[in-house]
Write a protein that binds this ligand. Structure first.
Ligand code: FES
Ligand code: FES
Length: 172
């Protein structure tokens, strides 16, 4: 048995060190807020935060975690709560709330990775421009984050709304 920290909890798993993180999260730990799209680091559906950095879980072997904690979209409320100095999460993460407010998802399959990427962006850049958001979702990773439903305009609006909600949360 080995252990990893996922969404603030220490979890045990049996998989060998070369197993992709995606398979451990979904198949062993039952964390379904991380999706299998291409399996080749080409779409972003499987994105998670490793520490503060977005990685593609489909091509990240467990051995590469280097002790860093993993956050999936399921863990965003707890991540936001701990950033606000709270022990438990009583609200959604602002990025999740913004996605609801702006009705961003269509089929939804890509949106888990989109929210992770936007969270990474906003933690580093609280007031991004349209261009910053576009670059984050297209050129800053191994491939663009793809949405086959074409929800890109809504994603842009969602990211701006999330930035505002995060700033309101910071001043609350
Ligand atoms: S499933 Fe990992 S990038 Fe597509
Ligand atoms: S909402 Fe369907 S793939 Fe993006």
């Amino acid at each position: 048995m080995s252990t990893i920290v996922v969404n603030g909890q220490q979890r045990k798993f049996k998989a060998s060190p070369d197993t992709p993180l995606l398979y451990v999260l979904r198949n062993e730990l039952g964390i379904m807020g991380v999706k299998f799209g291409c399996g080749l680091a080409q779409c972003g559906a499987c994105s998670v935060l490793l520490g503060d950095e977005e990685v593609r879980a489909c091509v990240t072997p467990i051995s590469a975690l280097d002790g860093k904690p993993v956050t999936t979209v399921d863990g965003l409320p707890q991540r936001w709560a701990s950033q606000k100095g709270k022990l438990s999460a009583d609200t959604l993460h602002p990025v999740q709330q913004a996605w609801i407010d702006e009705q961003v998802p269509q089929c939804g399959i890509c949106q888990f990775g989109m929210m992770i990427k936007v969270t990474e962006l906003l933690e580093a850049n609280p007031k991004p421009t349209d261009q910053d958001i576009r670059e984050a979702l297209t050129t800053s990773g191994p491939s663009p984050h793809l949405c086959r439903c074409g929800s890109y305009a809504a994603i842009l609006e969602g990211a701006h709304r999330a930035a505002k909600l995060m700033m309101q949360g910071d001043s609350a």
